[in-house]
Ligand binder design. Structure first.
Ligand SMILES: CC(C)(COP(=O)(O)OP(=O)(O)OC[C@H]1O[C@@H](n2cnc3c(N)ncnc32)[C@H](O)[C@@H]1OP(=O)(O)O)[C@@H](O)C(=O)NCCC(=O)NCCS
Length: 200
């Protein structure tokens, strides 16, 4: 069984390896991580710990994270699936890019790759995405890409910066088919751990 790799016109999603720790350390600056419970990284041991934790989390269906690698610019950020509900065929997509890669098109392409993986490869019935109510950039990008705004969940995340409300976004297969993501050409190579591909 070979590792899962998802390719689009300019981006490849692949599993991060220990050799990617320095790149992740450089990408995860204060702007990229401002809405998260973690970051910015204080030293390279932190991304290394994260990378070492990934195989077990992939195998158990907890987290399927990819390094997004641009054909010219190299590693640009991370996107992945969490909150997987196996029987219900749904998960949450989360994404972050180094600040220098915002507004360059990598976000739209990465979402096209993840939507293809979720709906065409895994047969999901839904993708969820969360955005902090104050993260206007994330909300605007999700709506433009075809996610539907479904409501606000109050006091949903507790970070060191406080207790945060989040906007819930959802995409169903029919939303995906009507979205700009669907026109992007995607190839999927290798295999995901079996837990991701069936209702069990
Ligand atoms: C969220 C993120 C993945 C989006 O990627 P991106 O490349 O910056 O997004 P895009 O350029 O595709 O889209 C951003 C949109 O928001 C708009 N925008 C920018 N700043 C904005 C603001 N303050 N308020 C509202 N909209 C804003 C942009 O104009 C653009 O819309 P347009 O394409 O219609 O002009 C990226 O900014 C990122 O990594 N942020 C840090 C991590 C993060 O917040 N992840 C989401 C977790 S909820």
């Amino acid at each position: 069984m070979s590792d899962l790799v998802v390719r689009g016109p300019t981006l490849t999603l692949r599993y991060a390896t220990e050799a990617d720790a320095a790149a992740l350390f450089a990408l995860a600056g204060p702007e990229a991580t401002q809405w998260f419970s973690w970051g910015p990284y204080a030293d390279e041991a932190e991304p290394l710990d994260y990378i070492r934790s990934l195989p077990a989390r992939r195998e158990s269906g907890v987290l399927l994270d990819f390094l997004a690698v641009h054909c010219e610019r190299g590693p640009v950020g991370v996107t992945g699936l969490s909150e997987y509900a196996r029987r219900d065929r749904r998960a949450t997509v989360g994404t972050w890019f180094g600040r220098e890669h915002w507004g360059t098109g990598v976000n739209a392409e990465s979402k096209a790759l993840m939507a293809h993986l979720a709906f065409a490869t895994f047969g999901f019935h839904r993708l969820t995405a969360w955005a902090n109510t104050r993260n206007g950039r994330s909300q605007a990008s999700l709506e433009r890409l075809g996610f539907r705004r479904e409501g606000v969940l109050r006091a949903y995340n507790t970070h060191s910066s406080g207790i945060h409300d989040v906007v819930a976004f959802g995409m169903l297969p029919s939303d995906w088919e009507a979205s700009p993501l669907h026109a992007v050409s995607v190839t999927v190579e290798g295999d995901a751990p079996a837990i991701w591909t069936s209702a069990g």
